[in-house]
Design a protein around this ligand. Structure first.
Ligand code: GLP
Length: 244
């Protein structure tokens, strides 16, 4: 769906998340959410915080799994996705911190493989992700699944694309400070979610949205794999949709 602006699209996505949480609550069940970072989901999170504060939306029955984290990365660092998630969402809602999962950026390399398998196992044990939200990078990455990612890939350590590191340079005060690696859920992990929402706002995303939606399905643009799923919705503003 296409919205007039990012705010309207974000509120629509937040409403869907809120409805899912409430429907699960009514049945005494947990909602298992896959969450994303970056500028794109910020207004979704602020709307959820607003609904928590003003409308009493509770996150007590919510379990979250974040898509990715830079590697190496101290959770306390300003640029960590842990800091991002607490600043934008978790720090302002009543979620039980033990229900929050974010890939661990301080493990040593040998421990990462086991951690990734455990991440997948935990998601499966909970019955899978009810809803995964995604942004998109200019390389066509979802999570940090860069060009070359396999459609059945799982959570793993990956090397970041040069363009992705350039785009992150501002947050890190220069490209040389941007980590070269990240831990990300795989394309396969994302695909198993019962619902997937990919959001994109602004004209800057229009070319990659065109490729993702209309381009040939290929590992060169990992987001094109989403064309293979029936459970995906692209939520765009008019600018991001302008080349479709
Ligand atoms: C990062 C994140 C992605 C995100 C992308 C786009 O690379 N790992 O999950 O989708 O950036 O970022 P933004 O939303 O800031 O444009």
């Amino acid at each position: 769906s296409v919205y007039s602006d990012a705010k309207a699209g974000s509120v629509a996505v937040a409403d869907r998340i809120a409805r899912l949480i409430k429907a699960k609550q009514a049945r005494g069940e947990k909602a298992v959410l896959g969450l994303a970072t970056g500028v794109t989901p910020i207004a979704v999170y602020s709307e959820l915080v607003r609904q928590h504060k003003e409308e009493g939306l509770s996150f007590k029955n919510v379990i979250t799994f974040n898509l990715d984290e830079y590697y190496p990365m101290k959770p306390t660092a300003a640029q960590s996705y842990v800091t991002f998630m607490y600043d934008n969402l978790f720090g302002h809602i009543d979620i039980d911190k033990s229900n929050v999962h974010i890939p661990d950026g301080i493990l040593d390399t040998e421990a990462v493989v086991a951690f990734c398998l455990e991440y997948e196992r935990k998601i499966e044990e909970l019955g899978g992700l009810d809803l995964q939200i995604l942004g998109i990078g200019r390389t066509g990455h979802i999570g940090f699944n860069e060009p070359g990612s396999a459609p059945n890939s799982g959570t793993r350590l990956v090397t970041l694309d040069d363009l992705t590191r350039s785009d992150a340079a501002r947050d890190f005060g220069g490209k040389s400070n941007v980590p070269t690696k990240a831990i990300t859920m795989g394309i396969g992990t994302i695909f198993k979610a019962r619902e997937i929402i990919l959001m994109a706002w602004s004209a800057k995303k229009a070319p990659i949205i065109k490729k993702a939606v209309e381009g040939e399905i290929s590992g060169e643009v990992p987001a094109t794999y989403l064309q293979l799923s029936d459970n995906v919705e692209f939520v765009l503003d008019v600018d991001a949709a302008s080349e479709l």
